[in-house]
Design a protein around this ligand. Structure first.
Ligand code: SF4
Length: 450
């Protein structure tokens, strides 16, 4: 047992790691070795991940996810004050699971002018937001300069607001319209550098869907493949940007596809964190990959001392890495896959749990309340999730059960949701640094990166 690269800036509680309590409640004998592995801080493999999806003993799965979540984030629930901006719903593609896109001549198609965007940035300041979360369709005619000007306009209007913008497929689209090549790494790197220069602070991680060729062919042919999505994020990390990763599940994919998706993300995060670990002289651990091969990995572990004040994970200054996995349940309404039922509550809960247990090198797992509902997100906080996203205001991508695009909760709502679930709510910025706030005024605690 070698490494401890730990995270979180809060004091963490003592974890009861004696196997007795968890093991004595295990009803499915197949879960016993998985419980042993997690209790000992070892990585689980793909077959064990599948067992977590298929066992009838879901409460042991929940308990394990809660254990991992508490190891990494103690009794903290992270939230932020943010504002979403979907600058255009006009898209060259027609992904089958998407109810957001419109063709230009269709009713409801829109695109924001730079004045509209400045107005949104002003509203973000007025709301005390620390972040603008920006994504849109692949607009066929807007030039590359539009996107650069968008970021510059926000930077001028709201200089302190973090700009988290563009999914990987948008980045590839921008490389194409900038005539820097559609798939070449250099074109992607050039776009990311230009956007960073204009104010880009991180990538939100959308559009990953499920990394599988069959699913890609059936539901989002024309969009970039999983390999290309991972390439974009790898380059972003190399350029120093932190990113998140999503997984859109509950449509035509299988449990095995979900596990494979998680494994690929885990593998990519290993690569990123190992580089950091080598540069900083940190020790690493040996883990077994999905093919049974041993290799070095950075598994985030808690040293089990109640008093320890842990160091933040690899600096947000010079190292880009995956901060958060965001499992997104497929919502069929108004999409071409409307005939599919979509996942229900227990499946959403279980998927959250499996993600938390599998992704031992992701500091955070988010219950995105917009798609999970705030009520369900509370359960998820007790079962793997440590982040509940933000105040949001407008969200145009998906709507749960007829909800409108105005989907706002207050900080008080988020704090209440966290407290009712038994946790301590902490406001964060986009990079998971705690925020101090007095009304609309805010500052980052321990801000040593700007
Ligand atoms: S998911 Fe994205 S790329 Fe696909 S149709 Fe919708 S907006 Fe366009």
């Amino acid at each position: 047992m070698i490494d401890t690269i730990a995270m979180s800036m809060t004091t963490l509680p003592t974890i009861d790691t004696s196997s007795d309590r968890l093991l004595e409640h295990v009803r499915d004998p197949e879960l016993a070795p998985i419980v042993e592995a997690v209790l000992q801080g070892r990585r689980i493999d793909a077959d064990q991940g599948m067992t977590l999806f298929t066992t009838a003993d879901i409460w042991t799965v929940c308990s394990l996810a809660n254990l991992v979540r508490r190891r990494l984030n103690g009794d903290v629930v992270w939230y932020n004050v943010n504002r979403h901006l979907n600058y255009s719903n006009i898209c060259a593609l027609s992904c089958k699971f998407c109810s957001f896109y419109r063709k230009r001549e269709q009713d409801g198609a829109y695109e924001y002018s730079l004045d509209d965007i400045r107005a949104e940035a002003t509203k973000a300041i007025e709301a005390g937001a620390t972040e603008m979360h920006i994504v849109g369709g692949l607009h066929p005619w807007l030039p590359f300069e539009y996107y650069v000007d968008m970021l510059r306009a926000i930077r001028e209007t709201a200089p302190r607001v973090h700009i988290k913008a563009f999914t990987a497929v948008e980045v590839v689209h921008l490389a194409r319209i900038a005539k820097r090549g559609r798939d070449g790494a250099e074109g992607i790197r050039w776009v990311i550098r230009e956007l960073m220069e204009a104010g880009l602070g991180s990538l939100p991680g959308g559009g990953a869907e499920v990394f599988d060729d069959r699913v890609h062919a059936e539901t989002h042919r024309g969009k970039i493949t999983g390999d290309r999505w991972l390439d974009v994020h790898r380059i972003a990390h190399e350029e120093g940007l932190n990113t998140n990763a999503t997984m859109l599940y509950g449509h035509v994919e299988t449990f095995a596809d979900r596990i494979r998706h998680m494994q690929l993300l885990r593998q990519e995060q290993d690569r990123t964190l190992l580089e950091w670990a080598r540069r900083h002289g940190a020790q690493v651990q040996t883990a077994v990959d999905h093919e049974g091969q041993e290799h070095e990995a950075v598994i985030l572990t808690h040293p089990d001392t109640a008093e320890s004040r842990l160091q933040p994970l690899p600096s947000t200054c010079d190292t880009g890495y995956y901060q958060t996995l965001i499992p997104l349940p497929f919502i069929p309404d108004d999409s071409e896959l409307e005939h599919l039922p979509g996942p229900m509550g227990l499946e959403n809960l279980r998927t959250m749990c499996v993600a938390r247990i599998m992704l031992d090198n992701f500091p955070h797992v988010k219950a995105f309340w917009i798609m999970q509902t705030l009520e369900m997100a509370q359960f998820m906080l007790q079962n793997g999730a440590d982040d509940i996203d933000g105040t949001v205001v407008w969200y145009d991508i998906t709507k749960v059960d007829g909800a409108g695009t105005h989907q706002e909760v207050t900080q008080r709502d988020l704090q209440r949701a966290a407290r009712e679930a038994g946790f301590h709510p902490v406001e964060r910025d986009t990079l998971y640094r705690p925020v101090q706030r007095d009304g609309r005024e805010w500052s980052v605690v321990d801000d040593n990166c700007d």
